[in-house]
Design a protein around this ligand. Sequence first.
Ligand code: SF4
Length: 255
Amino acid sequence: MTTVQTHTGTPTQADAPTGTDTHTDTDRDAELKALAEQAGRDLEDASALEILQWAVKTFGKQFCVTSSMEDAVVAHLASRANPGVDVVFLDTGYHFPETIGTRDAVEAVMDVNVITLTPRQSVAEQDAEYGPKLHDRDPDLCCALRKVAPLEQGLTKYRAWATGLRRDESPTRADTPVVGWDEKRRKVKISPIARWTQDDVDAYVSEHGVLTNPLLMDGYPSVGCAPCTRRVLEGEDARAGRWSGSAKTECGLHG
Ligand code: SF4
């Protein structure tokens, strides 16, 4: 397993240009953005595997999948498109043991390269600087320190990343494009299962024997950090157990 502590060194710019190149970063971003938006239109009706095959063909090693280890569906699809594909996992230090176990199982049995990103500070170091249980007092800051910052640094060497976002998960995700432009990180963001429903996910898991987090069968249809995730009640939205009792609905990775 590769573990990347996001405070060590400067990430490699695998896509650094060589030789004379008059393109500016702004030019490249504009081209990538146009490419992403065109692909979003062209691939709207394509299958998840076709979308990922396009991503692999277009970006090669500068493409990765991110996974929360809720399930390994997108990682499985991506490994079919590109065996050995990089799968990036954020270890916040607050995960359920089942989530870490799912990460380890994915690494052991799937043809993927799991890369674990860790925050700059351990939980103990964060507690010492900000006080204990920052997640209860300022979850936006906690997510910024333990999720958003490590991901942004970890994604530096890629031009495109895939997520498992689905339109049916919540109103905030209803307009998720299958391929779009991530303005914040200046990357192409690919959501190959954006059009899928939970039934589609369940069918794919069943058909391919894909690894899933055991908590999904234990009342947690959406799995995040342990302090910020509870079981959902009958009839509740799948993400109702995330940051329950607060207005927060997203960690900032997808905003
Ligand atoms: Fe912190 Fe909770 Fe965000 Fe995890 S989900 S990083 S514990 S606020």
